[in-house]
Design a protein around this ligand. Structure first.
Ligand code: KG4
Ligand code: ZN
Length: 342
């Protein structure tokens, strides 16, 4: 097997993106097709699960066909079929899982179920050839905020997690409160550049037990209270200042926890992943922090930070090499734990 190139078709449908990609040897992305439903959900201010599932059904075959075409390959030439089987919206996950099972069965190829967060972490291998475990990874997305020790391929230790809202969720809720719309992260990222991050002091939450846990719901409430009090006093609300001050509060906490963990676990490499990892200010702050500690800093390009199937194909490659395949009884597991295989 050593000398043979491995081609994996990967499918991702855990939330509001229908995506398929072909990845060669766990690194080279031959195609990466993403059909986003963002516009559909915008009018509701967030993802509507029923609509997401229906749209995935409409798009899935088209997206897979396009991924194969762009890779210039025929289905028979593939070595395996990978799919996100959790965590995520159950109806949405089921669409991808069913498509992957049907393909694997019809083609008689190995089926590999992948954890969505493992995919996000693995996105870092695409453009950073030198990155290998062990390293520390901050995973910040719309549904998750985890500080993870990647001990080896497929071996994860969660050392910190959010107690309430995920970082991306906080971005989305605050953006909605100040009238920026959905999805909030990129909009806050952009408007913050025109605001003063010191204008308003929002709290940096400390949570008990694990020093690496996060909590963002208090910060979100504090932003809402601030807006209410301005409205009561009939004072103008400056969107850019609120956005910049809120963003700074989130980034301060993410950075402080991450760098503290880098020191405690004596890690020489640190990576970020997930939708929020495309935030320009977060990247800059972490880059500087790592530089001061003499630690290598890695991040995926924005297209590999937000949901995509290429990252699933990368994670699946390492399972393929270990011969870890799933049976045709693979099911969607909406609350799948990182490192758990069902
Ligand atoms: O990883 P992802 O695409 O989906 C999940 O697995 O949840 O992350 C989406 C999240 C959304 O909450 C979005 O607002 C946030 O990532 N996001 C950002 C940025 N781009 C996307 N947050 C802050 N700054 C950004 N530039
Ligand atoms: Zn994601």
């Amino acid at each position: 097997m050593e000398n043979k190139d491995i081609y994996i078709l990967a499918i991702e449908s855990s939330c509001d993106e229908t995506a398929a990609a072909v990845v060669k040897n766990g690194k080279e992305v031959l195609s990466n097709v993403i059909s986003s439903q963002i516009e559909l959900h915008t009018i509701y201010g967030g993802v509507v699960p029923e609509i997401a599932s229906r749209k995935h059904i409409e798009k899935i075959n088209q997206v897979i066909e396009q991924a194969m075409e762009e890779a210039g390959m025929r289905l028979e030439e593939l070595d395996g079929i990978a799919v996100t089987y959790g965590p995520g919206l159950v109806g949405a996950l089921l669409v991808g899982v069913s498509a992957a099972k049907a393909l694997a069965f019809a083609l008689n190829k190995p089926l590999i179920g992948v954890h969505h967060i493992e995919g996000h972490i693995s996105a870092n291998y695409i453009e950073n050839g030198e990155l290998k475990p062990p390293f520390l990874c901050l995973v910040v997305s719309g549904g998750h905020s985890h500080l993870v020790k990647v001990n080896d391929y497929g071996e994860y230790e969660i050392i910190g997690r959010t107690r309430d809202d995920a970082a991306g969720e906080a971005f989305d809720k605050v953006a909605r409160a100040i009238g920026l719309g959905y999805p909030g992260g990129p909009k806050i990222d952009k408007i913050s550049r025109e605001g003063n991050p010191e204008a308003i002091h929002f709290p940096r939450a400390k949570v008990g037990e694990s020093e690496y846990d996060f909590s963002f719901s208090g910060l979100k409430s504090s932003v809402l209270n601030y807006i209410n009090s301005c409205q009561m006093k009939q004072e103008p609300v400056c969107q850019a200042d609120i956005a910049a001050s809120f963003q700074k509060a989130v980034i301060d906490v993410l950075t402080e926890h991450s760098l503290q963990a880098v020191r405690e676990f004596k890690m020489s490499q640190f990576a970020i992943a997930g939708g929020v990892a495309s935030n320009a200010h977060l990247r800059e702050t972490l880059r500087e922090g790592c530089k001061k500690l003499g630690v290598e800093f890695y991040h995926p390009s924005p297209v590999y930070c937000t949901d995509n199937a290429a990252m699933i194909g990368v994670a699946a490659y390492y399972e393929y090499c270990k011969g870890n395949f799933h049976g045709y009884d693979l099911n969607a597991v909406p609350n799948l734990k990182l490192g758990e295989r069902i």
